[in-house]
Write a protein of this length. Structure first.
Length: 214
């Protein structure tokens, strides 16, 4: 049996629900549902350095070296810059595929000096390495005698390395055939020194690491 008290409670509940609905409608903002939109922030991906020449920490570097940098992908000439400490200025030339840059110092580097080289792309530093230059240039007569002596022994096959000479480009090539690469590269350098060429900065030498295409 429904009593008078039950009727009052039921009526009061109905009124409370109606009041809450009115308050919610007028005083709380409606939420607009929109479709999810995926957004992405593009982070610039800079070109990476695949190799450098002279090698990192290489000594007896020429006072007028060719700094060759090979990139992972093509770059624009006006987007790259090589800086050095102590300060040095470089001109740059690019290969046809724009994946290799050759930096040439506009003036001879200082002898027996360690240089920190830092490469920039679009003003962002992406790679750095150090080299150390050799001493003052020997007399042309003495150098010619030593080089002729060495050329007569080429091609030479040593323990973990080979050495050859290309007359067309006037360059020596050191092919490193065993690992670790620095160990057998240094053995080849020692061979030159044992044959009278104390300072390798006097000649053009290309290093071909083990496993490289040649």
């Amino acid at each position: 049996m429904i009593t008078k008290k039950d009727k009052l409670l039921f009526t009061g509940g109905i009124l409370l629900i109606i009041i809450l609905l009115i308050v919610n409608f007028f005083f709380y903002p409606k939420v607009k549902h929109t479709k999810n939109v995926e957004t992405s922030t593009q982070v610039p991906v800079y070109v990476k350095v695949a190799s450098v020449e002279p090698l990192p920490n290489q000594g007896d570097v020429s006072l007028a070296p060719q700094m060759v940098v090979t990139f992972s992908s093509a770059v624009l000439e006006n987007k790259i810059e090589l800086k050095a400490f102590p300060a040095a200025n470089f001109s740059v030339s690019m290969s046809k595929d724009r994946k290799k840059a050759t930096f040439s110092p506009k003036a001879n580097l200082k002898p027996t000096t360690q240089y920190l080289l830092q490469l920039f792309i679009e003003d962002q530093p992406i790679y750095s390495w150090s080299i150390t230059t050799g001493g003052e240039v020997a007399t042309q007569v003495d150098l010619a005698v030593v080089l002729n002596k060495i050329k007569k022994q080429l091609p030479y096959v040593g323990d973990g390395f080979r050495i050859s000479y290309d007359a067309a480009t006037d360059q020596f090539f050191i092919f490193v055939e065993k690992s670790p690469y620095p160990t057998y590269r240094d053995k080849a350098i020692s061979w030159f020194k044992q044959n009278g060429l104390e300072n390798l900065s006097f000649v053009n030498i290309n290093y071909v690491p083990v496993g490289a295409v040649r």
